[in-house]
Design a protein around this ligand. Structure first.
Ligand SMILES: NC(=O)c1ccc[n+]([C@@H]2O[C@H](COP(=O)([O-])OP(=O)(O)OC[C@H]3O[C@@H](n4cnc5c(N)ncnc54)[C@H](O)[C@@H]3O)[C@@H](O)[C@H]2O)c1
Length: 262
């Protein structure tokens, strides 16, 4: 299976590092021109510099996904500069570890604004803008934590991810008449800066960093293939953005080493 995205225009939000950066790389390697959007402009510029070293195409744009106008403006720029919009990936996210009772009002608001409204903004703007092309692929990053509540915490993080899975289906209905495929992905545990933040909290509580990491893997992930890499998630996004996924819509694809089976 060889994915060819030559001539296509993609916008990836939350693209400055971690899973987002891996998604940018896979889409660009397949031939897409990728708009690399993130809150942290320097990270976007770094990702684009790395693409250019490999002869690939990217444009760095700063964007706060919690603001609809900023999300829409990135797609508008991409359309103005390339005349098309083929792929949108809503990947930006933040995490808090807290349980249902511990999570503060401020943390709940931030999780909703970034994770849920970020995806909602990308879904609404994306479906509206892609209608005129009668074609498009949109993928949003949910999580295995959105599949069911966990006694370990992640209460409101999981709520935002469950809502993304739901909203993906609502957006898929809206896009269906226009050949716009809308799906989400549910990663397991990948050691990005987001997970380092969780490990920071465990270390502050007295745990050894590496022991805590391996304990979490063992606790959540049945498949014993070792660490999942950001690329493992990016391959699934590449597939969902390709012609091989033309008949897949409204789905949430688990890429989690079996974490969501229990
Ligand atoms: N790492 C994991 O184990 C894991 C598991 C399941 C789901 N996820 C999800 O995958 C996505 C990527 O996570 P990651 O692990 O690469 O984390 P990360 O923290 O390394 O990357 C997240 C990116 O989102 C950006 N971002 C945060 N707030 C933003 C905002 N308001 N506007 C624009 N960009 C913003 C950050 O600057 C960062 O570049 C997230 O949605 C996360 O919830 C991660």
């Amino acid at each position: 299976m060889k994915v060819n995205l030559a001539e296509q225009t993609a916008v990836v939000y939350g693209a400055g590092r971690g899973i987002g950066e891996a998604i940018v790389n896979e889409l660009a390697k397949a031939g897409a021109k990728v708009y690399v959007a993130d809150l942290i402009k320097e990270n976007c510029e770094h990702v684009v510099d790395e693409l250019k070293k490999k002869g690939l195409e990217g444009v760095a744009v700063s964007c706060d996904v919690s603001k609809f106008d900023q999300v829409d403006a990135v797609m508008e720029q991409a359309e103005k500069e390339t005349g098309r919009l083929d792929i949108v990936v809503n990947n930006a996210g933040i995490v808090t570890l807290g349980s249902f009772l511990e999570t503060t009002q401020d943390e709940i608001s931030k999780l909703i604004n970034v994770n849920l409204m970020g995806a909602s903004n990308g879904l609404q703007a994306g479906v509206k803008r892609m209608q005129k092309y009668n074609h498009g692929k949109i993928v949003s990053t949910a999580s295995f934590a959105g599949r069911h509540a966990m006694k370990e915490g992640f209460a409101y993080y999981g709520m935002t991810k469950a809502a993304i899975i739901y909203l993906t289906q609502a957006a898929a209905y809206a896009g269906a008449d226009y050949n716009i495929n809308v799906n989400s992905i549910c990663p397991g545990i990948i050691r990005t800066p987001m997970w380092e933040k969780i490990l920071d909290a465990n270390v502050a509580a007295g745990a050894d960093r590496e022991t805590s990491w391996h304990d979490n893997l063992k606790h959540f992930i049945p498949l014993e293939r070792g660490d999942q890499k950001p690329e493992d998630i990016a391959y699934a996004v590449l597939f969902l953005c390709s012609e091989y996924a033309d008949h897949i819509t409204g789905q949430a694809l688990n890429i989690d080493g079996g974490a969501s089976m229990d």
